[in-house]
Design a protein around this ligand. Sequence first.
Ligand SMILES: NC(=O)c1ccc[n+]([C@@H]2O[C@H](COP(=O)([O-])OP(=O)(O)OC[C@H]3O[C@@H](n4cnc5c(N)ncnc54)[C@H](OP(=O)(O)O)[C@@H]3O)[C@@H](O)[C@H]2O)c1
Length: 232
Amino acid sequence: MNVIITGASKGIGKAIAEIFASNGYNLFLCSRGEVSLYKVMEELQTRFPAITIKAKPADMSKKEEVIAFANWCLSFAVPDVVVNNAGIFHPGNVLDEPEGSLENHIETNLYSAYHLTRLLSPKMIERKLGHLFNICSIAALKAYKNGGAYSISKFAMNGFSMNLREEMKSHGIKVTTVHPGAVLTDSWDGFDNTSKRIMEATDIAKMVYAATLLSPQACVEEIVIRPQLGDL
Ligand SMILES: NC(=O)c1ccc[n+]([C@@H]2O[C@H](COP(=O)([O-])OP(=O)(O)OC[C@H]3O[C@@H](n4cnc5c(N)ncnc54)[C@H](OP(=O)(O)O)[C@@H]3O)[C@@H](O)[C@H]2O)c1
């Protein structure tokens, strides 16, 4: 079994890579920074020597790099699972966030997933088999102050994922939209989590992996996970 995970060098993407590796999947990973990406690849290969792990640096906000990454993945295998996880988060308000913030968020958080999915899907459809995960956010479900371009991009990602679910039903491809609340990753750099107020990346990874375990006729359409005490 083969899984493609974007943005796998840290945070939620890395946790998802770990859980699939520990369950025998071969991994195909990307992120922009190659040092941290190759470090994750080596770490996981040492822990899980029986699987194949490949990694390719790619800036998924750039269409030509998405195309190169997709072709590179397909040169090895047609994926059973794809996790569109790569994303950025810069808080801000519509009226005063920096110029270009919306473009930056949309290119990274939406176009990356849109283009990669379009490139990989034909081969998955031929097999009538596969599972696409789109890592969205609770910021896609409810507007909030300081959400700005990030929240807008995640609402768009949710729309993409919901449309994809409808299109993929008859092709035998599952589509799951994942809406995490606050998860302790670099996005929350400096946050004091000694009281365990916010979630761990492994919480999201466990739910993503669990959704792959159902019968072919069952599709988990949405996963909404919040901290026990609710949103911050
Ligand atoms: N943490 C949360 O509270 C939270 C809540 C809801 C949703 N999410 C979503 O979950 C996903 C992962 O978030 P995270 O908190 O784990 O973030 P993170 O720790 O900052 O990790 C983001 C990952 O994406 C990669 N990445 C960023 N821009 C990229 C690009 N243009 N091309 C390729 N890779 C790129 C990063 O590596 P490089 O920087 O080296 O490229 C890194 O591997 C995101 O979509 C985020 O919006 C997070």
